[in-house]
Design a binder for this molecule. Structure first.
Ligand code: 13P
Length: 344
């Protein structure tokens, strides 16, 4: 008997757990490998992902789902177990990134629109057979107030694509993670938190308008938003303010029917990404569950502890387990800076 969208979404939002975003494309993982001097070849990508997915304590206790890249969904452990089966055996849900990346948008200099709708129905049907039960599509919204960015045109085009994608996922028994990322980093990121708040609010309003128009079932999706933060080079604020502004922005825009919010880390430091999530869950008082769907903030320490060497697999797994545990506590709102120091 196949599970409903609501059952899959509930499993992805299990208490004290969150999602590991390990869906770096071959180009993106090259950047990560370059930072540790590891060659970007299939054997190394396989070894790195095997290290993560076989970290038993992290995977069974703190990880509810893993987002994979196409190549990774087709890979296996060296002893022949398909990664999707390893993830399932650990009690987590395998997922798949299905967008084809953010491309320059015609007529909108400096802005991008995410592509990948052509042939998506057939790809989703194949991914389902390969074991994927949720998917991810990331739209990118850049802030550059001096150039009038973002424009309504770019936000609307991205929101429409997200809604088309989400509807196709649901048609095929797959829970869509809807990810409209308002970017915080980059060389021109001098804006303040109010600017991010306004852009995030506009973006989420337009995204939910499109989801409604295209008949997406809000009870069978997960939202993956940015937190409301100042630009990386803008005036910084306290973690408490980030938490309060983020909750306020989402309360103003995200319908209560949505079962879960799973944040991206977006270039925040590991510990700050944990702290923000912990404060939000401590504050509480919102209708959705809130957890993590971190890429960099879950993997950075593990990546450098591993360094591409077989003899470091246990150290890499320990680093991953530590971050997963801290974020698991943040999802419950029980994390404190003392936990971080004690466990380190
Ligand atoms: P980061 O947490 O590194 O932002 O990545 C999450 C993700 O999946 C972006 O699409």
């Amino acid at each position: 008997m196949s599970e409903t969208l609501q059952e899959i979404a509930a499993a992805m939002m299990a208490d004290g757990q969150g999602i590991l975003a390990a869906d770096e494309s071959t180009g993106t993982i090259k950047k990560r490998f370059d930072s540790i001097g590891v060659e970007n070849v299939e054997a190394n990508r396989q070894a790195y992902r095997e290290m993560l997915f076989t970290a038993e304590e992290a995977m069974t206790k703190y990880i509810s789902g893993v987002i994979l890249f196409d190549e990774t969904l087709r890979q296996s452990t060296l002893d022949g177990r398909r990664f999707a089966d390893v993830i399932k055996a650990a009690g987590a849900v395998p997922g798949i990134k299905v967008d084809a990346g953010a491309k320059p948008m015609a007529g909108f200099p400096g802005e991008k629109v995410t592509e990948g709708l052509d042939g998506l129905r057939e790809r989703l049907q194949e991914y389902y057979k390969l074991g994927a039960r949720f998917a991810k599509w990331r739209a990118v919204i850049d802030i550059l107030p001096s150039e009038g960015l973002p424009t309504i045109g770019a936000i609307s085009a991205n929101a429409h694509a997200l809604a088309r994608y989400a509807a196709l996922c649901q048609e095929n028994g797959i829970v869509p993670i809807v990810e409209p990322e308002v970017i915080m980093d980059g060389p021109n990121s001098h804006h303040d938190i109010d600017t991010n708040y306004k852009v995030t609010e506009d973006t989420l309003n337009i995204v939910f308008d499109e989801l409604y128009k295209l008949r997406v079932d809000l009870t069978g999706m997960i939202l993956k938003p940015n937190m409301v933060v100042p630009g990386q080079n803008g005036p910084q604020v306290s973690p408490q303010e980030v938490a309060e502004r983020t909750i306020a922005c989402l309360k103003a825009t995200v319908p209560a029917a949505v079962p879960g919010i799973a944040y991206l880390s977006g270039g925040q430091s590991d510990e700050l990404a944990t702290e923000h999530l912990a404060i939000m869950n401590k504050i509480g008082g919102f209708p959705w569950k809130m957890t993590f769907s971190y890429g960099r903030a879950l993997q950075a320490a593990a990546l450098s502890a591993w360094g591409g060497k077989k003899e470091n697999v246990a150290a890499g797994q320990a680093a991953f387990t530590h971050r997963a545990k801290m974020n698991g506590m943040a999802a419950l709102g029980t994390w404190s800076a003392e936990d971080e120091r004690e466990a380190a």
